[in-house]
Design a protein. Structure first.
Length: 637
């Protein structure tokens, strides 16, 4: 059976071929230094080409699937992005960075670092899935002594850096004290909270950002810019045993000196770098990589602080001036003090330049779109390969900086209260002279190679009438060419997935759940209730007045939950307040209710929950909670 990802890819147009050819002339493709770095220290390639399948044979990850990125760039891929994909597609395996210092690169979206202590291993970040992590550890053990893991270091609060932890260690090893887990301040709170309240929207948009539906290839997914692709295995979690709260903190872990440097509010709200003085090696987390990083991520997240990012990179240069190796949790390492300090300085300057110049132009009255189109980064830093926009882009980073300081409103009164997309689209189509007239203008823009304008025009028609097949096809063709021209891997993925969904409705597919059982097990009760508040149908609950008490028998939690005025509130300090219904259950049962593996009603019937009071209150409460459909429409209304 033919899958949607195989259907109807179009060739590059002449406009796209010319645009991509110009990239070859504009950038220093004769600089091949990175190609020397990607093979340095290779011990062994990935096992089975990095192919990982689950216990039921389901696909989880493949590194070799991206081996197509070699030689000259095809017309359908921006040559700069092709170069980045080639580097990542040739640099997978177990690498020796220095004596006792190794990395497994290419086994997931992220890397894992393995430091050999006196009696065991220290693992720096644990990939996204337990299955990919286990294979990475197996690769290491095939070529190095099989000694136990003694410590885990989580550099920051994103799932591709902690989700694979149970592929390295067990919960029992952590609880017994045999394994220590180090993490930056607020790690657990941030790791959990980012994916909860807006988790459905983030996950759906993440499918676009990482090209989850796209077949790897020159007309499909090339890479995510930061790594080749995400894995789709089991996401796990471990609560840190040792939380780093001091700005700079030194530890000796299994005989290895480690200096932690907190960098909050940079690539993640909770982030830290770590330095190994005995190796003169700096683990830069995601604050120094081989790309301009995201100040705002297209999947959606809190905007990051460009000024702080630049500051912490420069602080690391001051604290660790003798560094001889820098390794991130993505891409490939760099060796040599001069090379490293230039890399760090150039990236610090990049973020500071974007920050300062965005605000300069904002203070002159320019809007975010105007600023993004006007700013040009000086060639001295802008044409460095490690500062190219493969993951973050100049365009969406500039808009992020504007929003960080000034919010969504650009100051134009017409933008205060526009019609929503469907109604705006209908009026736009009428103003242009009807569907046929708009389609003609859109086709002319497409033929002229003005794809940004074609997308603007035809998107109005699709939202006004999503059944207009000619409009859908033209918009899909337009998105496809924009994707082919994109230097940014996530922009390419967004465009191409958008084109695919316009052409062919997609059936739901499995997705890695960032708030699975392992995360829910350690989620604070308050965060779980916050999510229930988000799920509450406010208009439906506007005239409801109810109160429930949840007593968790094994944790002594006693929470009063009220619904009034369409708002869910909770209070942990009113143990004596009268309520219509009290529910007593264990935290484990509550977790199952939260995950949807059981319901409160089923738990009461099974005897795993006890209800005292008016059970109709429970029925009313449940009827007010909405379930979110992960597969909501994006490119159509």
């Amino acid at each position: 059976m033919t899958t949607p990802s195989e259907l109807d890819p179009k060739p590059a147009t002449e406009a796209t071929r010319l645009a991509n050819a110009q990239v070859l002339r504009d950038l220093p493709f004769d600089d091949t230094f990175d190609f020397e770095l990607i093979s340095r220290g290779l011990v062994a390639p990935l096992i089975d080409g990095g192919l990982v399948k689950g216990d039921k044979g389901q696909f989880i990850f493949s590194y070799d699937a991206y081996g197509f990125a070699d030689g000259e760039a095809p017309d359908t891929v921006n040559p700069s992005l092709w170069r980045q994909a080639t580097l990542m597609g040739k640099g997978g395996g177990l690498f020796k960075l220095a004596d006792r210092l190794y990395q497994v690169i290419g086994q997931d979206l992220s890397n894992t670092t393995i430091i050999e202590g006196d009696t065991g291993l220290i693992i720096g970040d644990t990939l996204m899935s337990a299955e990919t992590a286990a294979l990475a550890l197996e690769l290491y053990y095939q070529h190095r002594p099989k000694v136990p893991v003694k410590a885990i270091i989580f550099t920051h609060s994103h799932g591709d850096h902690f989700g694979g932890v149970k592929g390295f260690v067990t919960e029992e090893e952590i609880e017994s004290g045999a394994v220590k887990v180090y993490a930056p301040d607020s790690f657990t709170e941030e790791a959990i909270s980012e994916n909860v309240l807006a988790g459905t929207a983030m996950t759906r948009r993440g499918m676009y950002m990482y090209g989850s539906f796209l077949r790897p290839g020159p007309q499909g997914q090339v890479s995510g810019g930061l790594g080749l692709s995400t894995s789709h295995g089991t996401s796990t979690f471990a609560v840190p045993t040792d939380v780093i709260t001091e700005p700079v903190h030194e530890e000796v872990i299994d005989g290895v000196r480690v200096t932690f440097m907190l960098a909050p509010g940079t690539e993640a709200p909770s982030e830290m770098l770590f330095y190994l003085p005995d190796f003169k090696a700096l683990g830069s987390a995601e604050d120094v990589t081989h790309t301009m990083h995201n100040l705002y991520t297209l999947r959606g997240a809190k905007t990051r602080d460009a000024k702080a990012w630049s500051h912490y990179v420069r602080l690391a240069m001051e604290l660790f001036p003798d560094v001889e190796i820098i390794f991130a949790q993505h891409h490939w390492p760099t060796w040599g003090n001069d090379k490293i300090l230039k890399l760090m300085s150039d990236q610090a300057d990049l973020y500071k330049y974007l920050h300062d110049q965005t605000l300069r132009l904002a203070n002159k009255g320019l809007t975010p779109v105007e600023i993004a189109d006007q700013i040009e980064v000086p060639d001295a830093i802008g044409k460095q390969w490690y500062n190219r926009g493969y993951y973050g882009s100049l365009s969406h980073n500039v808009k992020a900086i504007y929003t960080f300081y000034l919010g969504w409103f650009d100051g134009v009164p017409a933008h205060l209260n526009p019609h929503p997309p469907v109604e705006n689209g209908k009026r736009y189509v009428e103003a242009v002279g009807g569907p046929d007239a708009l389609l003609t203008k859109g086709k002319q823009a497409f033929d002229d190679g003005d794809y940004r304008w074609a997308a603007e025009l035809v998107n109005h028609l699709v939202f006004a009438d999503p059944s207009n097949q000619k409009a859908r096809e033209l918009l899909a063709d337009t998105y496809e060419q924009l994707g082919y021209q994109a230097e940014n891997g996530t922009w390419r993925n967004f465009y191409l997935v958008g084109a695919m969904e316009l052409r062919h409705p997609l059936a739901p597919m499995p997705s890695n759940n960032p708030t699975g059982p392992a995360v829910v097990a350690v989620m604070p009760l308050e965060q779980m209730l916050d999510f229930w508040a988000v799920r509450l149908d406010g208009p439906k609950a506007a005239d409801v007045d109810l109160s429930l008490r949840f007593v968790l028998s094994d944790t002594a939690d006693n929470v009063l939950v009220t619904v009034r005025n369409g708002v869910l509130n909770y209070d942990t300090d009113k143990a004596d307040a009268s309520v219509a219904l009290t529910l007593t259950l264990t935290r484990a049962v509550f977790n199952e209710v939260y995950l949807g593996t059981t319901s409160l009603t089923e738990s009461i019937k099974a005897g795993t929950a006890k209800a005292v009071g008016d059970q109709s209150e429970l029925e009313t409460f449940i009827s007010l909670l909405e379930d979110f459909d992960l597969w909501f429409d994006i490119v159509t209304p």
